[in-house]
Ligand binder design. Structure first.
Ligand SMILES: [Zn+2]
Length: 52
């Protein structure tokens, strides 16, 4: 009679690490380049600020 039975751990097992949500802020909003430097920083491609 419990609806949450078996839902103690429903995390997907196809992504052990490297969650896309972790690096989304690292993508330049202006040109879409991936910026590896710690935020905030300037986009290496277009020079726009990539905020944290
Ligand atoms: Zn850019």
């Amino acid at each position: 009679m419990t609806d949450d039975a078996g839902r103690d751990d429903d995390a997907p097992d196809d992504m052990p690490s490297g969650d896309p949500a972790c690096w989304l802020p690292q993508v330049c909003a202006e040109c879409g380049a991936f910026v590896e430097a710690p935020l905030p920083t300037l986009c290496w491609r277009c020079g726009a600020e990539v905020a944290a």
